[in-house]
Design a protein around this ligand. Structure first.
Ligand SMILES: NC(=O)c1ccc[n+]([C@@H]2O[C@H](COP(=O)([O-])OP(=O)(O)OC[C@H]3O[C@@H](n4cnc5c(N)ncnc54)[C@H](O)[C@@H]3O)[C@@H](O)[C@H]2O)c1
Length: 279
């Protein structure tokens, strides 16, 4: 029986990782959107991948637990990639926190019960997680270790997130912290867990932001960055292959920033940091 790779989020980055990582495995592809899911699954099957699908809402515990059950029924769950997410412009702050913060914590918590020895997990975070000003050590600890179902009750999340941009940055910072905490728990099963923090990647999500009122801010980031371009999703998939595979056996609890140097440009004062406005 082939090992299982679970890819949650059948958008630009998720599908690129499925293509790079899915041969010789059963791909369990999951997404909130039936239309996106069936189009992505058809594309992968046409390219001869072995694909199972399931609708999932990462912000719903029963839905995530049903996905875990399905994955477990298909074989040994070797890799879990969470590439589902909402950008700041797609939803109000509560929904961004529910999907990008709570949902990511829930996925790690639930799949941490079935991940195979030698397995690996990956969350697609964001460079936005590096833009937020430093949090207190109490806030860091709370975001890392609070049980998933209690996270959204933390007072600094409930009362001090003024808009979707801050919600997004907070969620993506929380992903980095969560990965550190889960590295310990997943490590007890002989598995690893890491995050990737992409800069601007040419996917439907980035297109949505580029066409929105904050599109000029995105274009300014590209112009000020050393790379001066966006990344194709395949560039993220190459890094994912490293983090998920045996060459990264010593890498766990880590975040890999792949942003063409946007954060470096902010550090050098070549760009305003959204976190400065938010602070
Ligand atoms: N594209 C970029 O520039 C960029 C940059 C940094 C970080 N990211 C992050 O990468 C991840 C993947 O983004 P992408 O660019 O591939 O976007 P995308 O929009 O192509 O794919 C995201 C997918 O997540 C799904 N989704 C949304 N809410 C969901 C939910 N509640 N449950 C399950 N699925 C849900 C959507 O239906 C969509 O198919 C996101 O977390 C995003 O924040 C993207």
């Amino acid at each position: 029986m082939n090992p299982v790779i679970v890819i949650i989020g059948a958008g630009g980055i998720g599908v690129a990782i499925a293509r790079r990582q899915g041969f010789g495995k059963t791909i369990l592809l999951a997404d909130f959107s039936e239309t996106v899911l069936s189009a992505a699954a058809d594309e992968l099957r046409t390219a001869s991948y072995s694909v199972e699908t399931q609708i999932v809402d990462v912000s719903s515990r029963p839905s995530v637990e049903a996905l875990v059950q399905k994955a477990d029924s298909l074989g040994s769950v070797l890799q879990v990639v969470n590439a589902a997410g909402l950008s700041p412009n797609m939803a109000p702050p509560e929904r961004v926190l529910a999907v990008d913060l709570y949902g990511s914590a829930l996925v790690f918590e639930a799949f941490g019960e079935v991940i195979a020895a030698g397995g690996a997990g990956l969350i697609i975070s964001s460079m936005a997680g590096h833009m937020l000003p430093p949090l207190t050590s109490e806030q860091n600890q709370a975001l890392a270790f609070t049980p998933a179902d209690e996270l959204l009750d933390l007072s600094f999340l409930r009362d001090a997130v003024p808009d979707s941009m801050v919600a997004y940055m907070m969620a993506k910072r929380a992903n980095h912290l969560r990965v550190q905490a889960e590295a310990i728990r997943w490590g007890e099963r002989g598995a690893r867990v890491n995050s990737i923090s992409p800069g601007i990647v040419a996917t439907p999500l980035a297109q949505h932001e580029l066409n929105s009122p904050i599109g000029d801010g995105y274009r300014a980031m590209i112009a000020a960055s050393p790379a001066k371009r966006m990344a194709p999703p395949e560039e993220i998939a190459v890094a994912a292959a490293y983090l998920l595979g045996p060459d990264a056996g010593f890498v766990t609890g880590s975040d890999l920033l792949i942003d063409g140097g946007v954060i470096a440009a902010m550090f050098a004062d070549r760009l305003q940091t959204p976190g400065q406005q938010a602070a």
